[in-house]
Ligand binder design. Structure first.
Ligand SMILES: [Zn+2]
Length: 371
């Protein structure tokens, strides 16, 4: 039964005292039932509400009807009760607020001894890692790095590199052309670059000799993917043009680079080859890193070099004087060399990978081994 204010009939001190005690114990009891802010508002209004609150009723049912000789005593009692009610209502609010604060603290508590959230750090892709390593070797020799567009014109990809239209050497690079360009002149037609050599032309167009530059990047060929071919792969090409650059400089540079990449025991050898933009041209072989150039391993023929002791790795040559004609260099005054290597080919050798497709499949189990 909730407390209701009795209408006083007995105004003796003893009766007042009993009535006051009853009221205060109801006040405390109801306070203890308050657990939320909404509870508390109802509680406050019930006791202190101006229209029908308990305090207002005390005025009507105790004070106003008290006989004149008891008024003073009743007035004092009601005032004391008022003070007590205000205090208790305030204390009740303080209690639920501190309760809410401490339960919020409890909910937001941070255990600093728990292990943190570990974010897995990605591994550098083996192709990019290898490409950066190759570029680093030439950077240390004073080469700068240039990049160029992957969608190129026929002019930069072929013509300026001394591949005239209908030259058979074009057939060795199965080219992916952008469709719907039949009305354009051949040299303006767009294609996916088949090598990073166009960057060499672009560099020479905007820079006077001396030039020493490496051009890393992605290239595209119309090759069906298998264990050794991919329609996308990466190259690092290099170019050095200055006065008095000779084939000796080319040999020394590449021999140093191969030793930097594969170890100082590696030997190199050069033998004649053909590229339209270099003359003379050479292929470079390194001594087999699996059998130390012996051709046999554990008494059996070495599979990696087909028992020859040598592995073919890159192409190079002295820049064909015809190329200088496309970039306004004077072939009577300057000479230079160029070289190019496949990044995947080198990564395969360095890391002992047996399928080029592993580089492109995005299998985390493979990729995370290079962290
Ligand atoms: Zn070998």
């Amino acid at each position: 039964m909730p407390y209701t204010v009795p209408k006083l009939t007995d105004f003796s001190a003893a009766a007042l005292d009993t009535a006051a005690k009853e009221l205060v114990s109801a006040l405390d009891l109801e306070s203890s039932a308050v657990t939320s802010e909404n509870d508390w508002k109802a509680y406050r209004d019930r006791w202190m509400g101006r229209k029908a609150g308990v305090l207002t009723q005390l005025n009507d049912l105790w004070l106003k009807i008290a006989p004149r000789e008891a008024k003073r005593e009743v007035g004092q009692n009601v005032n004391e009760i008022k003070g007590k009610v205000e205090q208790t209502v305030e204390a009740t609010l303080a209690r639920i607020q501190s309760g809410a604060a401490s339960s919020r603290l409890l909910a937001e508590r941070v255990d600093v001894t728990l292990p943190g959230i570990r974010r897995p750090i990605g591994a550098e892709h083996p192709v990019i890692k290898t490409m950066n390593e190759i570029v680093g070797v030439f950077r240390n020799l004073g080469y700068s790095v240039e990049e160029g567009p992957e969608v190129e014109t026929d002019y930069y990809n072929f013509e300026a590199l001394n591949f005239p239209p209908n030259h058979p050497a074009r057939d060795t690079q199965d080219t992916l052309f952008i469709a719907g360009q039949d009305k354009k002149p051949l040299r303006d037609r767009l294609l996916l670059r088949t090598h990073t050599s166009p960057v060499q032309i672009r560099t020479m167009q905007k820079t006077k000799p001396p030039v020493r530059v490496v051009c890393p990047g992605k290239v595209h060929r119309n090759d069906a993917p298998d264990a050794t071919h991919s329609p996308i792969f990466h190259q690092v090409e290099g170019l050095a043009v200055d006065t008095n650059i000779t084939f000796c400089d080319l040999k020394g540079t590449l021999d140093h680079a191969m030793k930097a990449l594969f170890g100082s025991n590696v030997k190199t050898r050069f033998y004649p080859s053909f590229f339209p933009f270099t003359e003379p041209s050479a292929d470079v072989q390194i001594s087999c890193i699996f059998c130390d150039g012996k051709g046999t391993r554990d008494g059996a023929p070495c599979r990696n070099c087909k028992a020859s002791g040598w592995i073919e790795l890159l192409g190079c040559g002295m820049v064909d004087p015809n190329v200088y004609g496309f970039v306004d260099y004077d072939p009577a005054k300057v000479s230079g060399f160029a070289f190019g290597m496949g990044v995947e080919r080198i990564a395969i050798l360095k890391y002992g990978v047996d399928d080029i497709q592993l580089f492109f499949n995005g299998d985390v189990r493979f990729l995370e081994q290079f962290g």
